[in-house]
Design a protein around this ligand. Sequence first.
Ligand code: SF4
Length: 399
Amino acid sequence: MQQLDGQLVFSPSDLNNYLECRHLTQLDLAVANGELEPGEGRSKYSDLIARKGDEHEAAYLQSLKDAGKEVVELPSFNGTRSRADVAEATVEAIKAGAEVIYEAAFLGDGWGGYADFLLRTDRRSDLGDWSYEVADTKLARRTKPYFLLQLCLYGEQLARLQGLTPEWMHVILGSNERHRFRLAEFDAYYRKVKQRLLDEINASPLDTYPNPVSHCELCRWSEHCDQRRIDDDHLSLVAGMRSDQVIRLDGAGIPTLDALALAAPDTAVPRMAGTTFEKLRRQAALQLDQRKTDEPSYELLAPEEQRGLALLPPPSVGDLFFDIEGDPLYEDGLEYLFGVVAVDPAGNPSVDPETYAATQTATVAGTPKPPASIAADSYDSPTETLTLTLGLSPDDAAA
Ligand code: SF4
């Protein structure tokens, strides 16, 4: 959101941010009102996603051109060209009936944004014998609710300009699959979320708190919010603490990690089991101790049957401990790094640091080298490693 000519203008990401975290909306509102500097804590991961997203968008643009489509590329919004200028250029392009419009800008009714592509259809509208539908490129492998909210917003803006609500909205996924969704099926949800956001803005400023949520790792405010929780010694700093447990402990007069660590073990917290409270209290005590001593604190737990490491089968000569790393953002996904620890007949662990694929072809085919402790002329895959190793196991041979 931002102030344009004295009016707050919202974007599709404001809708998503509101659904992810109400505190985020309050911070962004404070920035738009000039009360706070923008957060700078964008993670490298979100930068990578943004770059890969741009590449995906450019590749789809090229595929349209290669298919002979007439593509009008609108000028980008920059220091010399205002957002209103680009929105005006979009209006001109849709009136002219371009087959595909790239980077269409909308600005109206207090909302704005950029649709990747407008695709001309044969449905009649106020424009003439044609109208447009929106297509957005998304790096994800599946369509997410936010994509559809965003497309509903663009559809609403298009309806304003062409006098006709688009029938379909299109998503081009990172896999290059193209999915279409009927706008009418999602419009009620979109309008509901939009109204809730506007109601929240009208009621602002609100006393929200940066309780950690999954969106934090992508959020530009992550450093800001981390620091706030540290300054407050917030209960969310206790490892394994859930947000509902924070609320219950806070309601019982235990608002900080320090207070929890020093609480009496038999403290009664409404709607929290005594064992749960004691587990959280001991965890908080460990962390408080580590803060004071600057030494790693730990507590040895008594072994329990069928719990933790006790769930593992008895050790065997043929045991393999296997780990695999992947890169889901690589084209079609990539599983590229294999780690295997084998146990030799003398019971010594053996690690092969070269257990990875040397080429992309080998990587995709999943053909890392076998661990050094396994002699295999015809080694071919991790599965074969397992098979070969099981073959070496006297326990399994006897079974
Ligand atoms: S970092 Fe997390 S808590 Fe803070 S504004 Fe972002 S999403 Fe909300």
